[in-house]
Design a protein around this ligand. Structure first.
Ligand code: FES
Length: 376
């Protein structure tokens, strides 16, 4: 399905934030990962020099914040050099990590290179649950040791907890653990069904009771931890009445770069057929930002009548294009989460079926097997 052609539009204001997926390699195998099913192999990853050039271009374009992500960014041996390059470019740097692959010594090097902030993922509050979800034995214990090292260094820490059917009941304990680890903020994000998470949706789908409980626990915890721990909560949007303003609107404030240098308007955009994602190898970031993939669903002119005539158009911009693709099979449709969407009944039926059934086993995230040499 091709994105509709549009008349020329005025240049878009620059982005504020950039997510750099340095690698898709990761020791963990979380089934809720938002990375695409087709993961990039090490050989195809951008070099240190190319990333450094991209960071300079980003700063020149107007980007202020750089989020270093993956996969597990610590799987890159040049992570310290990359952080240094980003800081030299003048970017605020945030490392999004599982902590596996970082040692106290490497952490100190990152600190010295100018790392501004760490976002540490939490798969669960107990080793058995966390290691099962992450598919990595001993991961929880190593993460706790690393959190101690982060606290000792005084690096600002946010805990990032992706919640779903298997850990939502432990929400109060997640707040308590984040406070104990010295985090200033916890982001409780109910799983967004993209990439591997979409593949594992039936296993991860929370029940309606869990969702209601989570909302009540968040309100309680915000009062309890006021002044000590900031709490961000991303509710599961399948259960909402209106869609989220995904990426604050397509191509409005942020861009993502995948490990091989393709620049995407959001992390899941590759599921949308017909879009031409330019690579940093062939274009400058400034060209890409005004290019066809970013203009495809920018603004509100392209929206279906249902959205354009809606009083919420300036709030949610029609919702998430990747979700419209995943549920409705049409990236140009109103997000099926919206109560006004003709596809909402499909989403309700899906929630009902998945929450009534027993959760299937996880299909863990995995890298593609090396290609066999079949010659001879
Ligand atoms: Fe792609 Fe929402 S994840 S637009």
């Amino acid at each position: 399905m091709n994105a509709p052609s549009r008349p020329a539009r005025p240049p878009q204001a620059p982005p504020i934030a950039m997510l750099a997926e340095l690698t898709h390699r990761c020791p963990l195998a979380c089934p809720y990962c938002s990375n695409p099913l087709q993961l990039t192999r090490r050989e195809a990853e951008l070099s240190t020099e190319t990333w450094a050039r991209v960071f300079r271009e980003a700063a020149g374009l107007g980007v202020l914040q750089l989020h270093l992500s993956g996969g597990e960014p610590a799987s890159r041996p040049d992570l310290v050099a990359l952080v240094r390059a980003a800081r030299e470019a003048g970017l605020y740097t945030n490392l999004i990590t599982s902590g596996i692959g970082l040692t106290p010594a490497r952490l100190a090097e990152l600190d010295a290179a100018g790392l501004d902030h760490i976002q540490l993922s939490l798969q669960g509050v107990r080793a058995d649950v966390a290691d099962h979800i992450g598919g990595y034995q001993g991961g929880f214990a190593r993460k706790m040791l690393l959190a101690d090292a982060i606290r000792e260094l005084g690096l600002p820490l946010t805990i990032n907890a992706v919640m779903h059917r298997h850990n939502l009941d432990d929400l109060p304990e997640s707040f308590a653990l984040a406070a104990k680890l010295g985090a200033r903020r916890i982001e409780v994000a109910c799983v967004q069904f993209q990439g591997w998470a979409l593949k594992n949706r039936a296993a991860l789908q929370p029940t309606r009771e869990q969702v209601e409980m989570a909302k009540a626990e968040v309100s309680k915890a915000r009062a309890e931890y006021a002044g000590t721990l900031a709490i961000d909560f991303v509710p599961p949007d399948y259960f909402a009445d209106f869609p989220k303003a995904c990426m604050n609107g397509w191509g409005s404030t942020g861009l993502n770069i995948n490990p091989e240098g393709k620049v995407l308007p959001c992390h899941a955009a590759e599921i949308i057929p017909g879009l031409d994602f330019w690579n940093v190898a062939g274009h400058s970031l400034a060209e890409i930002w005004q290019g066809p993939a970013f203009n495809a669903y920018r603004g509100t002119d392209w929206l279906p009548d249902l959205c354009r005539s809606c009083e919420r158009v300036g709030i949610d911009y029609g919702g998430c294009r990747c979700q419209a693709m995943a549920i409705a099979g049409d990236p140009g449709a109103t997000d099926p989460v919206c109560r006004k969407s003709p596809h909402r009944a499909k989403l309700d039926a899906l929630i009902l079926a998945e929450t009534a059934a027993e959760a299937p086993d996880f299909d863990y995230r995995r890298m593609p097997k090396p290609e066999r040499d079949t010659a001879g």
